[in-house]
Design a protein around this ligand. Structure first.
Ligand code: F6P
Length: 543
C-alpha cells in the first residue's frame, strides 16, 4: 500500500500544521465565536466537544481527505460485511454482529442465529441464577459469581460492572480475578462460600496460563469442601475452544461459545459479558447492547464530517502524527468509570500498537498513542501538574457525566470543565504578574516568581459529555472507542485485530517455567542474574 507520508493529503496536512502552529488555542477561540458550535457533535446521549483541539474546520476537511485517500469507506464496508479485516489471521472482526438487529454474515455464512442462540442460553442461565433456581452441589442457590479471566476476558465486564454498579440489585455478588498472583483469588475466596459460588471460566483460547492456573486453584478450593463431583455444578466456561473446556471437566450445557470472529478485547458484548449480566439482569445487559448498536448504526450510516467515531479518530491521527503527541490521557470525571482507562488501554494499545502494514512494510509514522489516565478530580492532585507545566503535548479525553444537581456532583463537573479550560488557556507571565501584584507581592519578588507560575496552555482536549451513566450510554461510549480504534488502524494500514507481540513474552515465560538451566541458552546475562538472585532470596525465605 502507498506509504502514508508520500500521499499529497499527508503533505497538505503537514503544511496546514505548520501554518496553524503559531496560533494559540486562545487565539483560535478569540477569532471564531462559532468555534464551539462548528467543532462539536451530538450523537445519541453523547455530546462531543472537540473545539479545544488544535484545529480549525480546515483541519477536519484535510483529515477527511486523508481518510478518503486511505479508502476508509472500503474498510468500513469490509468490516461490516464480515470480511477478514484481521488479515494476518484471516478472520473477520464482527463484534457489531453481537448487538445488531440486522442479519450479519461472516465469509458469506449467516451468524445472527448463532448469536441469538447463545444470547438465549445466557439469558436462561442469568434468570435461573438470579431467581435462585440454579443451585450448587448442596442444593443451595448460587449467589456469588467469580469470573476467572484476563485481558479481554476480564477488563470489559469488570469495567462495565463498576460503571453500572447502581444498576445492579445486589442479588448476585460478582467478583473478578485476573492476576495469577494467588493473592487476588485468595482475597475473593475469603468472602465466598463454596456451596453458593459459581465460577465463570472466561478464556477465548482456553490456553491462558493465568486463567487456567486460577481455575485449577478455584476447583481445588471448591472440591476440598464439596467433593470432586461438585465441580460440574459450580463451573461454567465461555470460550472459543469448547473442546478444551470440556476436557477441563465443564459440562456441555455449561459451555458458552465465543465465536472466532470476535476478538478478546471486543468481546464484552458476547457471553464474556455473563458476569455483568448476572449483576445487572439480562434486560440491563441488553440495554448496553442497544446503546452499542445505536453507535454502530451511526458509524455505518453517517457522513464522516458528523460521524463521531470518525471525527474522534481523526483528532487522534492529528495529535499523534502531526503534533507528535506520544500519549492520550483518558480522564473520566466519574468514579464509576475508574476502570475505563485500563479497559481502553487494551482496546487501543493491543489493537494499534503495531508497526507493519498490510503489505508487510514498516509503517513510517507513529501508531497507537500510549493511553493512560485516571479519574478526576483525583488526578488533579497528582499528575495534572505535568499537563500544565511539563514539556510535552498531552492530548486529553475528558469524560464528564452531567448527572443530577447534587452539590458534590456539581463540584465534579465544574472541575472537569475548569481543567479543560485552564489547560487550553494557560496563564501568561503578564497574568501571573498581575495576580501576584493583586495578592500584594512586592514588585521584585513578583517578577522573580512570575515565570514559575506560567502555564503555556494550548493543551489539546476533547470533552465527551453524557447526561447520566446508564447501560445504554455506556454501550454508546464503548462502541465509540471501538470504532475510533478501527478507523485509526485502517488509516495507518495495520491490523487492529491480532496481537502477535504479546506472544513473545509468553514464549519467554514458558521457557523460564522449565527452570533457569533449561532456558540458559535463551537468556541474557541480566535475566540469568535475576533468576539466580530470586532463587537465593527464596532460599533465605524458606523457614
Ligand atoms: O495475551 C493477550 C491475550 O491474548 C489478549 O488478547 C486476550 O484478551 C487475553 O490474552 C486473554 O486471552 P484468552 O481470552 O484467550 O484467555
Amino acid at each position: 500500500m502507498t506509504d502514508l507520508m508520500s500521499l499529497p493529503e499527508w503533505a497538505a496536512l503537514e503544511q496546514h500544521r505548520d501554518a496553524l502552529a503559531p496560533q494559540h488555542l486562545r487565539r483560535l477561540f478569540a477569532d471564531d465565536a462559532q468555534r464551539f458550535t462548528s467543532l462539536s457533535l451530538r450523537q445519541g446521549s453523547l455530546f462531543f466537544d472537540f473545539s479545544k483541539q488544535r484545529i480549525t474546520s480546515d483541519t477536519v476537511r484535510l483529515l477527511i481527505a486523508l481518510a478518503r485517500a486511505r479508502k476508509l469507506d472500503q474498510g468500513i464496508r469490509r468490516m461490516a460485511a464480515g470480511e477478514p479485516v484481521n488479515f494476518t489471521e484471516n478472520r473477520a472482526a464482527l463484534h457489531i454482529a453481537l448487538r445488531a438487529r440486522r442479519t450479519c454474515h461472516v465469509a458469506g455464512q449467516e451468524v445472527s442465529g448463532e448469536v441469538r442462540a447463545t444470547r438465549a442460553r445466557t439469558r436462561a442461565l442469568v434468570d435461573d441464577l438470579r431467581t435462585g433456581r440454579m443451585t450448587g452441589a448442596t442444593g443451595k442457590p448460587l449467589r456469588r459469581v467469580v469470573n476467572l479471566g484476563i485481558g479481554g476476558s476480564d477488563l470489559g465486564p469488570r469495567m462495565a460492572h463498576r460503571a453500572l454498579a447502581p444498576w445492579s440489585d445486589g442479588r448476585i455478588a460478582v467478583d473478578y480475578v485476573a492476576n495469577v498472583d494467588p493473592r487476588e483469588l485468595h482475597d475473593v475466596l475469603e468472602r465466598a462460600h463454596p456451596d453458593e459460588t459459581l465460577f465463570v471460566l472466561s478464556s477465548k483460547s482456553f490456553s491462558t496460563v493465568e486463567t487456567l492456573t486460577n481455575a485449577r486453584s478455584a476447583r481445588e478450593w471448591l472440591t476440598r469442601e464439596l467433593g470432586e463431583a461438585a465441580a460440574a455444578r459450580h463451573f461454567v466456561a465461555v470460550s472459543n475452544n469448547v473442546a478444551a473446556a470440556r476436557e477441563f471437566g465443564i459440562a456441555s450445557d455449561h459451555c458458552f461459545a465465543l465465536p472466532e470472529w470476535v476478538g478478546g478485547r471486543y468481546s464484552m458484548w458476547s457471553a464474556i459479558g455473563l458476569p455483568l449480566a448476572c449483576a445487572l439482569g439480562m434486560d440491563g445487559f441488553e440495554e448496553l447492547l442497544d446503546g452499542a448498536r445505536e453507535m454502530d448504526e451511526h458509524f455505518l450510516d453517517t457522513p464522516w464530517e458528523s460521524n463521531l467515531p470518525v471525527v474522534m479518530a481523526l483528532m487522534g491521527i492529528w495529535n499523534t502524527n502531526f503534533l507528535d503527541a506520544p500519549t492520550l490521557a483518558v480522564l473520566p470525571y466519574s468514579h464509576g468509570l475508574a476502570d475505563l482507562p485500563a479497559y481502553l488501554q487494551q482496546l487501543d494499545m493491543e489493537s494499534n500498537g503495531k508497526r507493519i502494514d498490510r503489505d508487510g512494510h514498516a509503517v513510517m509514522v507513529a501508531t497507537a498513542p500510549i493511553l493512560w489516565g485516571g479519574t478526576g478530580t483525583v488526578g488533579q492532585h497528582a499528575f495534572h501538574q505535568l499537563l500544565y507545566q511539563g514539556t510535552r503535548t498531552v492530548p486529553v479525553d475528558f469524560i464528564v457525566i452531567a448527572g443530577d444537581d447534587d452539590p458534590a456532583q456539581r463540584i465534579l463537573v465544574d472541575n472537569a470543565l475548569a481543567q479543560a479550560a485552564a489547560l487550553m488557556a494557560g496563564r501568561t507571565e503578564e497574568e501571573a504578574l498581575a495576580q501576584l501584584r493583586a495578592q500584594g507581592a512586592d514588585e521584585e519578588a513578583a517578577r522573580w516568581l512570575a515565570p514559575h507560575l506560567v502555564c503555556p496552555g494550548n493543551q489539546p482536549s476533547s470533552t465527551l459529555l453524557l447526561p447520566t451513566l446508564t447501560p445504554r450510554s455506556l454501550g454508546q461510549l464503548v462502541a465509540l472507542y471501538e470504532h475510533k480504534v478501527f478507523v485509526q488502524g485502517w488509516i495507518w494500514g495495520i491490523n487492529s485485530y491480532d496481537q502477535y507481540g504479546v506472544e513473545l513474552g509468553k514464549q519467554m515465560a514458558r521457557a523460564l517455567e522449565g527452570g533457569a538451566a533449561a532456558a540458559a541458552e535463551l537468556l541474557d546475562g541480566s535475566t540469568r542474574g535475576l533468576l539466580a538472585t530470586v532463587a537465593a532470596l527464596r532460599a533465605t525465605n524458606r523457614p
